[in-house]
Design a protein around this ligand. Sequence first.
Ligand SMILES: Nc1ncnc2c1ncn2[C@@H]1O[C@H](COP(=O)(O)OP(=O)(O)OP(=O)(O)O)[C@@H](O)[C@H]1O
Ligand SMILES: [Mg+2]
Length: 508
Amino acid sequence: MMHPSDEPLWDVVEVSKAYPGVLANDRVSIRLMPGRIHGLLGENGCGKSTLIRLLSGVDRPDSGEIRLRGQPVALTSPTGARELGVSTVFQEFSIIPSLTVAENVFLGRWPRRALGLIDWETMRRRSSEVLAELDIELDPDAITSTLSVAQQQLIEIAKAVAADAQLIILDEPTTALGLDEIAQLHALLRRMRGKGHAILYVSHRLDEVTALVDEVTIMRGGRVVSAAGKTAVEVDAIVSAMIGGDVREHYPKERNTRPETMLRVTAISSARGVRNVSFTLQAGEVLGLGGVLGSGRTEIARALFGLDPLTAGSIEIEDRHLRISGPSDAIRAGLALVTENRKTDGLFFNFDGRANISSASLPRYSTFGFLGLHREDAEAASLARQLELSRGAEDKSVRHLSGGNQQKIVIARWLLSRARVLILDEPTQGIDIGAKLAVYRLINRLTAEGCAILLISSDHDELLAMSDRIAVVRHGTITDIRAPRDLTHADLVRAATTEIMTEGRTAA
Ligand SMILES: Nc1ncnc2c1ncn2[C@@H]1O[C@H](COP(=O)(O)OP(=O)(O)OP(=O)(O)O)[C@@H](O)[C@H]1O
Ligand SMILES: [Mg+2]
């Protein structure tokens, strides 16, 4: 067992990195100690992923020095960084969908036998070991593309852990994970800390940060504004300064439920595991879907949006029966879906932010590929301001935006679409606290206009605060619908995992 020492493992000294039009890292310094978990915080676009790309050999700094155990080193390629003991879970997934789980876990480092033949046996065995250590129940031979987003994220993590590097960097590793998986990841990271690994951890979830990290660095506009030392109080204070208010008053919930029924779902089932789901959604209402990862919430959203065909049941919007055989029918009927899989489903990477925001509200949905831009521009710009999209983000190619800003663009697009029923699947994951507030305010504004919202969120505080009613989902079906005041965190977890449903509280 190694012990934390006073010598930094990695020492980044006054490193700068410019991209066209932006100084993404401005004389950034950070020290990463063995046996410590270091949190890296700051609003979207402040330069966190840039710093990580420099430490991972993906990009090279324009100036400054990076030292490993006191010695200056040049990190000129991802392979080079890996050989120096850096392993990174990138914000964007880097797994290859057509490969198996085991092949992805050992991507770039496939074990070989004599004559250079790939050692499939070792690869499979080692993958199983790593997956077991993470408590992940996955078949090493499964093809990655068949797995859920959460499972793919777990593979990313397994990949980094399998490399057993001295420095492990995780750039928002939990955006797709449920509470159980997050707890497992944290436990694993604590074990690795105990073994002397240095860990750099980026997250926008403060509960996570306060629970896990030993010290923090906070960035703003490419610079380090606060370094090292951490208490929960300190983090709260910084966040308050960032958003200009009390951290605990994040939820400006307004009640806008009207008597008219907007959406009536009757006994729907789908091939993907939705079973006999019924509920109604009033105009102006927010119905939260609670449940653990894999409980079937995303599958309900997919079935409503026509992504998976219904095998039974019916859907009515404003008393009109719908025949949904695909997303274009759903959009025509007034439904919109912000998927949890934004990075892959949601963006036209070669267009700029404004074109991406406008694309859902074009008059002809069938001509998705042709983006004629006109009157929506002004509204796109106003929405971008409300979401505090980084300056210039609208005009930049989306490919070059920070992860959080990409996310804001997908959300903005659907908020502009004037849908009557909006399905939001984990809408605030990966966006900073200021933008979360903006999303909550937009939810209020939309519901005030009569839009009905189905909100899927693994953030229990958010779900409890922003929903008018909460439906608990388990094994693809709704087991209970209650008012948030009748539910606690513990209830949500328990209700989703065990049979505690009481009579008389069935789906309304
Ligand atoms: N390849 C690139 N070309 C142009 N600009 C870039 C490129 N990569 C990053 N940027 C810009 O650098 C700035 C910092 O981005 P970075 O991805 O480091 O932010 P971040 O702190 O990780 O944000 P988030 O929390 O949203 O992930 C942003 O303004 C971003 O648009
Ligand atoms: Mg980032």
